[in-house]
Design a protein around this ligand. Sequence first.
Ligand code: FSO
Ligand code: SF4
Length: 522
Amino acid sequence: MFCFQCEQTAKCVGCTNEMGVCGKKADTAELQDKLTGALIGLAKTMEGNEDQAGDSTAAVVVEALFATLTNVNFDNDALLAMMGRVDAEKQKLAPESGEDNDYDMDKLWNADEDIRSLKSLILFGIRGVAAYAYHAAVLGYTDEAIHNFLYKALRAVGTDDWGMDELLPIVLEVGEVNLACMALLDKANTETFGHPEPTEVSQTVEKGPFVVISGHDLHDLKLLLEQTEGKGVNVYTHGEMLPAHAYPELKKHSHLKGNFGTAWQNQQKEFADLPAPVLFTTNCLMTPKESYADRVFTTDAVGYPGLQHIGSDKDFSPVIEKALELGGFDDDTTLSGINSGDAVTTGFARNTVMSVAETVIDAVKAGAIKHFFLVGGCDGSRPGRNYYTEFVEQTPKDTVVLTLACGKYRFNDLDLGTIGGLPRLMDVGQCNDAYSAIQIALALADAFDCGVNDLPLSMVLSWYEQKAVCILLTLLHLGITGIRLGPTLPAFISPNVLNFLVEKYHIAPITTPEEDLKAILG
Ligand code: FSO
Ligand code: SF4
């Protein structure tokens, strides 16, 4: 196998043995490559005839790209079923085509390192875009232009004689299309569930039966809340589902009680003794330990051999029955150790922050707020991620920290105090709510009549998987410079591509919190 798409890849070079660091086995990695090769074949089949591609074509492309994201689908049977759907689409569009134009992914992994680097940015980036497109689609929001770009990008990955000149513009186009896709998801989420409001979320699990729901899919949470209504089963969020508490149409359910646990990489420890089932709606699923595997359920593009999968009928009865059978804690319980606060706050998305824009602008003009930091991105288990906790702890009192995605669990229980009535630490939401953070930055730039790069704003990002790749490309597409990235740089960035990013966008690897803060605040 060869896979180097995520931050924890073996030796910072690539997973090549019988099993990746994430637990993905060689046969699964090879199947994921075959599936990707088949998607490229499908995209080639429809070149010039995109209008003939129907909803089912888009659906399988989006779902299959999503399934190959890190920590989503480890289930060979599920991957084979997706292959079957891809072939069926191909047959429909070009009955004579067969498997002939499937792409051999080894050609990509063995290509010249700069070409491999640019194509990897495209492929990994569109895997992230597809995840967001999936969440929007389940709420009924789709955009043909996004689908057409996915096909175009797949064809680019499968074109052997393209060089830097052809590939680089498509790399940046991934960022542009991802911005459109995050905007679509923001529209889907806010039109369906209302605008997030600042909300305090309890970290105490009340006694009695409960379900823990993890991942990014708000639609699944809504259905679970409806199906658990009146059954004496409470619901707790986990990982990236935490910001769901801020949406009026979700928080109105009184049995959506709080949040359990922290970021994804702590799940094996946090779920070990959990007297409740856990439902995974997206990444990041880790190999379940035997001690709790019978309590883990998957849905959507997520899969793991032997785990119970809830299909598209979204009948969560097995999850609810499991919750009743396990019975929950005997007493109210707060997880201690990793993130020990009793409550955390979320819901500072664009609507909330812009509603107090005048206060913020006045505070900047009066010198009360000297700088904004966006400290966001993924968490992970590699050492070196303490940087982000220490960075936030050391930010001066006259600065504001916006955060998003699961990296926030390293510091979202810190009490950083307030500035002018606003908390100094504000959780904007999930990783896709980078869209919200961008809108806040653009509004500030507008108010100060300057560009985003001229604002007293610095972005200090952490990456782990492919959604972070597409978000980074969006920021580059917007021309944002000076981003600090860690904990390590992606293995798929070749030295020449890195030079380009450093020269054009002044991307810098993180160093130490002290040094970086000194450099930023001058
Ligand atoms: Fe975290 Fe995982 Fe949202 Fe990523 S849950 S690491 S950026 O998948 O998706 O933030
Ligand atoms: Fe390795 Fe990451 Fe690929 Fe898993 S997803 S095999 S950890 S590079």
